[in-house]
Design a protein around this ligand. Structure first.
Ligand SMILES: CCCCCCC/C=C/C(=O)SCCNC(=O)CCNC(=O)[C@H](O)C(C)(C)COP(=O)(O)OP(=O)(O)OC[C@H]1O[C@@H](n2cnc3c(N)ncnc32)[C@H](O)[C@@H]1OP(=O)(O)O
Ligand code: NDP
Length: 299
């Protein structure tokens, strides 16, 4: 359905780091980057998962075991990558942790595990690449994978929503601060795209399947696809639009805008339902007009 809108050499000459690239969306996007000519580096905490992902990808893929919450390890790994392979051209802040839970039940460690992975991890990685780009007078592109909760918040995933909102703030702030160095920062905010680990965390039981992970209330009537996310991410990491910076782009089939406080649910109305509704409201208008004594109506 989505097709392949970009030339196969769109990312030739690019060297791109994907945090959390061993599974799910990161791994799937890595495949598209490689297939468009990029050299790709994957970070994560599980060596076997990273090795398996790298072996499954068709091109040049390197891995490093890195916990992105550990700022010193991030800087060390960034230095190794730079020394052994050369400068990055782009970073995809994709690593995340999350689970649904009543907020009052969270321990301090639970809050840190989720918010720290998202907020500190994205900062350490962006900082490690950014300070090297500035020192070497090289341009760079940072893309962070966020969620629409940066605008709406979300009940029951508060540490994730807080962490993602912080990275949204980082994106806007550093887009300004580092523009003069040729460094761009943008973000994507996908709607639901089912992946194995995320669905274990966000929809683990029969009773946890509500709006966020369901397709039925999305105006387009379906979940997003990896191909759609990959195409948007590749566009942002490419040289297609160097003037674009500081933006978080929602890609959710209209989900966020169709909240329960809107009339989005009227999409279920039939022609007869609409005729009935019109007849009712026109009757109310006629009753109102009868009481106006000739006043009102268009002039
Ligand atoms: C509108 C759009 C719809 C979809 C939007 C989706 C947006 C975002 C989605 C995602 O980000 S999904 C990503 C899912 N992937 C992951 O979470 C991968 C990484 N996850 C993990 O490593 C673990 O699952 C972890 C639990 C999150 C963290 O593991 P870690 O080893 O770092 O910590 P632990 O020591 O195991 O736990 C720390 C702390 O947290 C408590 N805890 C763990 N699970 C729960 C839970 N389900 N509920 C409450 N608390 C939990 C655990 O007990 C520890 O606390 P203490 O007991 O030590 O105080
Ligand atoms: N799936 C969806 O519907 C949506 C997902 N997103 C976002 O997309 C991204 C990918 O999610 P998805 O692929 O679904 O989920 P996954 O759980 O498959 O991916 C998360 C990745 O992050 C890695 N990771 C977690 N903690 C750390 C850490 N401390 N250091 C390094 N790596 C870490 C994990 O590997 P390991 O555990 O081995 O370290 C894993 O590979 C996330 O940012 C998520 O918030 C946004 C909107 C919707």
């Amino acid at each position: 359905m989505t097709g392949r809108p970009f030339a196969p050499d769109l990312l030739a000459g690019k060297r791109i780091l994907i945090t959390g690239g061993g599974t799910g969306l990161g791994r799937a996007v890595a495949r598209h980057l490689v297939e468009h000519g990029a050299q790709v580096h994957l970070w994560g905490r599980r060596p076997a998962v990273l090795d398996e992902a790298a072996a499954s990808l068709p091109g040049s893929v390197h891995t490093q075991v890195v916990d992105v919450r550990d700022g010193e390890r991030v800087d060390e790994a960034m230095g190794e990558l730079w020394d052994e392979h050369g400068p990055l051209t782009g970073v995809l802040n994709n690593a995340a942790a999350n689970f649904i839970a009543p907020t009052e039940s969270l321990s301090p460690r639970a809050f840190d595990a989720v918010s720290g992975t998202v907020m500190k991890g994205s900062f350490h990685t962006t900082h490690g690449a950014g300070r090297r780009w500035i020192a070497a007078r090289l341009p760079g592109s940072v893309v962070s994978t966020l969620t629409t909760w940066v605008w709406t918040g979300s009940a029951y995933v508060v540490p994730s929503a807080m962490g993602k909102a912080a990275v949204h703030a980082m994106t806007m702030s550093l887009a300004v601060e580092w523009a003069r160095h040729g460094i761009r920062l943008n973000a994507v905010a996908p709607g639901p795209i089912p992946t194995e680990y995320a669905w274990q965390m966000l929809n683990p039981t029969g009773k946890s399947g509500v709006g966020a992970t369901q397709a039925d209330q999305i105006p387009m009537g379906r979940m997003g696809t990896v191909e759609e996310l990959a195409n948007l991410t590749m566009f942002l990491l490419s040289d297609a639009c160097p003037y674009l910076t500081g933006q978080t782009i929602a890609m959710d089939g209209g989900q966020m805008l169709a909240g329960p406080g809107t009339f989005a649910g009227l999409a279920e109305m039939t022609d007869q339902d609409w005729a009935d509704a019109r007849a009712k409201s026109e009757a109310a208008t006629a009753a109102s007009k009868a009481q106006r004594g000739g006043l009102g109506g268009p002039h």
